[in-house]
Write a protein of this length. Structure first.
Length: 197
């Protein structure tokens, strides 16, 4: 335990996901010895992300204006909608260059153990979007783990009666993992090989 400011920084860093006590301490001492200009850039970036970044009013991806870059792009098709859990999954799929439709970011997955049910996700907003009749195919690109599968199954049951084709990414993705950790080629192939559910 240290005194004052350095311990405050270690405590704050330690609350970040994936940062254990040892890493928190290492980062804190790195900051302490770093060039003041570098530390200023970091603190500005931290402040700006809270000031400027918000969620797209259409798809709930991160955005710096009312709508995100994908929703603003007129060259993309409205006929295919890809459902993902988090904004980071949008980035992973965009990296593959395989997808030219739109996204819908749920904000997580159904997880009864953590008290996350359908009402805690942006499913109502998804059904509203589908209600316009423009979407012909809904791609369920939730994570290939228990919660992601449960969410995909739930959505398939809700959406199929609407007469929309529902597909799920092909197998080949590492089971139990996060979509964002799949490499571009594997994820790209999973996209091409998506199957009806
Ligand atoms: Zn958007």
């Amino acid at each position: 335990m240290y005194e004052g400011a350095i311990q405050d920084l270690i405590d704050e860093l330690g609350r970040l996901p994936g940062v254990g006590p040892k890493s928190a301490q290492r980062i804190a001492f790195h900051v302490l010895s770093a060039d003041p200009a570098d530390v200023n850039r970091l603190s500005t970036a931290l402040r700006k992300v809270k000031e400027l970044v918000r969620f797209c009013t259409i798809c709930f991806n991160v955005a710096e204006s009312e709508q995100c870059r994908v929703c603003r792009d007129p060259r993309r098709t409205n006929e295919v909608l890809c459902v993902v859990e988090e904004p980071k999954d949008v980035v992973a799929i965009e990296r593959t260059g395989e997808f030219r439709g739109r996204y819908h970011v749920l904000g997580g997955a159904i997880n009864p153990l953590e008290g996350i049910g359908p009402d805690n996700l942006r499913i109502r907003e998804l059904l509203q979007r589908l209600g316009t009749g423009e979407v012909k195919e809904l791609i369920l690109a939730t994570d290939p783990n228990t919660e992601g599968e449960a969410t995909a199954t739930y959505l398939a049951i809700m959406v199929k009666p609407m007469g929309i084709a529902v597909t799920r990414l092909a197998s080949g993705l590492p089971v139990g993992g996060d979509l964002e950790y799949a490499d571009e080629i594997t994820l790209g192939r999973a996209f091409e090989g998506r199957r009806a559910v």
